[in-house]
Design a protein around this ligand. Structure first.
Ligand code: AMP
Ligand code: TRP
Length: 325
């Protein structure tokens, strides 16, 4: 039997090149080797306030982005989280297995709640429990994500181990898959921060739907470090970040990239990087138009059915072991 992958992204904000390089690109690469489940996690989105019409639209847009990125619905199961009720059902069970203390220690809870416990939704606290349910329902082997999800993966493993210990072997313990390069793409405006959907400064992010002009301007305005060489160098995070984007889009090695820009200045480098990004985005944006509403609906419906058949088995086993059904 092929090993299984599960991953997902939230249908909020605009997907950026960090999401692509840190996550989506690997999802596409892994789908040939693994049985893959790629979810649009709309229930995670509502842990923060969302406008209903926008959320509905973004959910479909994100499905189109998955497909345009190269996720093949013939090979992978693509579905919307809320279409498979088992995700919320298992969340309740795992909520009862989780501890308030461990949830309050999650850095994303503190970041997204801006440290304001009184005003944070309890859904935000439960966010990683819902994520654990997503993963554990499918007896997942591998979870390809960016660096920022590592702590959530560790919690998922802890909850699975605790459940298995208390109720008997039930869940497979999943492994994170965090790429060596690209797992933490930085803001173009501040290389100390990750490129983020929720950054108010849009100049820091290259969005997958940005037009050529916007991309070129953002790259031209990207901050750089002191020094002039175009090299990977931890002490020069801005240029290292830009080179990482170039490297991952061209498939060149570190050495090849450095040789390619040897003796060239920032101006030349930025022009070529902008061209590379634009060349990547153009066909991507074209492919987004390929799926009309009916085609999309049928892919998501088939995906949800497939997902439900597996999730249902795991949930039935969980209930049985707990004395619930
Ligand atoms: P999200 O948009 O938060 O749902 O994230 C979707 C995926 O993109 C997750 O696997 C994240 O870890 C990944 N991701 C988000 N931001 C970045 C970034 N700046 N660099 C690399 N990966 C990222
Ligand atoms: N929390 C993830 C993020 O923001 C999205 C997510 C939800 C996810 N459920 C998941 C990722 C399960 C991997 C597996 O990026």
């Amino acid at each position: 039997m092929r090993k299984r992958i599960f991953s997902g992204a939230q249908p909020t904000g605009q997907l950026h090149i960090g999401n692509y390089l840190g996550a989506l690109k690997n999802w596409v690469a892994l789908q040939d080797e693994y049985e893959s489940f790629y979810c649009i996690v709309n229930l995670h989105a509502i842990t923060l306030p969302q406008d209903p019409a926008t959320l509905r639209q973004k959910t479909r847009d994100l499905a189109r982005i998955y497909l345009a990125a190269g996720i093949d619905p013939e090979k992978s199961t693509v579905f919307v989280q809320s279409d498979v009720a088992e995700h919320t059902e298992l969340t309740w069970v795992l909520a009862c297995v989780s501890r308030l203390g461990e949830l309050e220690r999650m850095t994303q809870f503190k970041d997204k709640g801006k440290g304001n416990r009184e005003r944070s939704s309890s859904g935000l606290l439960m966010y990683p429990v819902l994520m654990a349910a997503d993963i554990l329902l499918y007896q997942t082997d591998l979870v390809p994500v960016g660096q920022d999800q590592k702590q959530h993966l560790e919690l998922t493993r802890d909850l699975a181990e605790r459940f298995n210990r208390d109720f008997g072997e039930t869940f497979k313990i999943p492994e994170p898959f965090i790429p060596k390069a690209g797992a933490n793409i930085k803001s173009l405006q501040d290389p100390a921060k990750k490129m983020s959907k929720s950054d108010e400064n849009v100049a820091g992010s290259i969005f997958l739907l940005d037009d050529a002009d916007t991309v070129t301007k953002k790259i031209k305005r990207a901050v750089t470090d002191s020094g002039t060489d175009i090299e990977f160098d931890e002490t020069r995070p801005a240029i290292t970040n830009l080179l990482t984007i170039f490297q991952l889009l061209t498939g060149k090695s570190n050495d090849e990239c450095e040789q390619h820009f040897e003796g060239k200045g920032y101006g030349h480098f930025k022009t070529e990087l902008a061209e590379t990004v634009v060349e990547f985005l153009k066909p991507f944006q074209e492919r987004m138009k390929e799926y009309d509403d009916a085609a999309l609906d049928s892919i998501l419906k088939a995906g949800a059915e497939k997902a439900r058949s597996i999730a249902g088995e795991t949930l039935a086993d969980v209930y049985r072991k707990m004395g619930i059904a």
